[in-house]
Design a protein around this ligand. Structure first.
Ligand code: GDP
Ligand code: MN
Length: 382
């Protein structure tokens, strides 16, 4: 779950990380009111789930009410790399002496958390990594031990920040690690992390990605979840508790298990078609869940055929088959369905489906033949 910059800053602030004062606004009037409360000058910042907003014209310094009005109306509704701006963040302007970069993420190959710090901030870190890799100081953190004070000091020294930034950076980075660790984040990134002319270190930008599976530990993450941009199909699926990602193709996909759902999307491509979605119904493929899944897929006007790919494990084949039959009694399906049912009690499952088979409901023996059939029914190879 990716946060907007302002949400990331609220997340940072809850761990004591210094961030400039600001307010989110969804209209020009709200932006002006926010600026008046905060005091001029302010920065008007587009809130979108992508970087490079500055270059795209989505970040403007405003010194008066008229300027805020002008910039907020320019930026609201703007398209930045395919993302429409619906919210601007109005923030007290900061004075910048230097711009740095800091982040924590997981290095899976080393089984450690990776911290990166650079005196060359404000530009894309990929560019620094390409052109001047030595300018990035890296540390690997044992998740059991955590980030120690000594390690932080050594890291900050290695990054060659301005000595005036040392104490502020050490303090901020330790809080950032705590936020990353205790907040169950997959990524926390500050670019730029700034040193102000009077020696303060604070986060001028934020990029935060939280582990969606940790929401049970953090009930307050519901509010971040609520602002996630979703297309209509994803909203409907989300309300039913389904693991759904909308895609651009015409073959609706239902599978049990995320791995099988991904393979199903792949095998549809292999057969020359394109999946309309990724949908994992999980282990319990009962009639209720299956009906919900079919409903979501049936409501997608792009879907021309539906491929249900089930591998019975703990969920037995006959339960899945009953689920499909039960679901078809609840939902009127417009597109032909191709089923591949394998694994535990697959024969029993196919026997249950057998009296219901028609040109709208077919069973294929293998995953690839089922994909080929579904692609054919969707109008052939793309
Ligand atoms: P990004 O372009 O999406 O990464 O957005 P950032 O929030 O990182 O802003 C881009 C750049 O705008 C920063 O690197 C700063 O140089 C500049 N900027 C942003 N906020 C301020 C501010 O309060 N004061 C000043 N002087 N510059 C700012
Ligand atoms: Mn930035």
């Amino acid at each position: 779950m990716d946060l907007f910059e302002y949400e990331g800053k609220q997340f940072f602030a809850s761990y004591g990380i210094p961030v400039p004062d600001g307010e989110a606004a969804a209209s020009v009037e709200d932006a002006v009111a926010a600026a008046e409360r905060i005091g001029f000058p302010v920065v008007v910042k587009a809130q979108v789930h992508t970087g490079g907003r500055g270059k795209a014209g989505g970040i403007k310094l405003a010194s008066s009410e008229d300027e805020v009005r002008q910039y907020a109306s320019d930026i609201l509704g703007m398209d930045i790399k395919g993302h429409t701006v619906n919210i601007v963040w109005i923030e007290e302007a900061s004075e910048i002496a230097e711009e740095y970069y800091a982040s924590f993420t997981l290095d899976r190959s080393k089984k450690r958390h990776l911290g990166m710090l650079s005196a060359e901030g404000g530009v894309e870190i990929e560019t620094v990594a390409d052109e001047n890799p030595d300018a990035i100081a890296k540390i690997w953190i044992d998740p059991i031990v955590g980030l120690t004070d000594d390690q932080t000091r050594g890291w900050v020294a290695a990054a060659n920040l301005n000595p005036a930034a040392t104490e502020g950076a050490v303090e901020l980075l330790q809080k950032l690690y705590t936020a990353y660790d205790q907040g169950d984040a997959d990524l926390v990134e500050i670019n730029p992390l700034i040193l102000t002319p009077n020696g303060q270190v604070h986060a001028l930008d934020s990029k935060v990605s939280l582990d969606s599976n940790s929401v049970f530990r953090h009930p307050n993450y519901e509010r971040y979840d609520a602002t996630q941009p979703r297309d209509e199909r994803e909203t409907a699926a989300h309300e039913q508790g389904l693991q759904y990602v909308g895609l651009d193709g015409s073959v609706g996909v239902i599978a049990n298990g995320a791995g099988l759902a991904m393979s199903t999307v792949d095998v549809v491509s292999q057969a020359g078609g394109n999946a309309a979605n990724f949908l994992d119904i999980g282990g319990g493929a009962n009639a209720e869940v299956m009906a919900g899944a079919l409903q979501v897929i049936n409501n997608d006007p792009e879907v021309k055929s539906i491929f249900i790919n089930i591998f019975g494990g703990i969920t037995r084949g006959e339960e899945v088959a009953k689920g499909i039959v039960g679901a078809l009694e609840q939902v009127d399906i417009d597109s032909p369905i191709v089923i591949r049912l394998d694994g535990t009690n697959a024969d029993e499952g196919r026997a249950i489906l057998s009296p219901h088979l028609s040109e709208m409901l077919m069973v294929e023996d293998t995953m690839l033949s089922a994909a080929a059939k579904a692609v054919e029914l969707a109008g052939g190879a793309a």
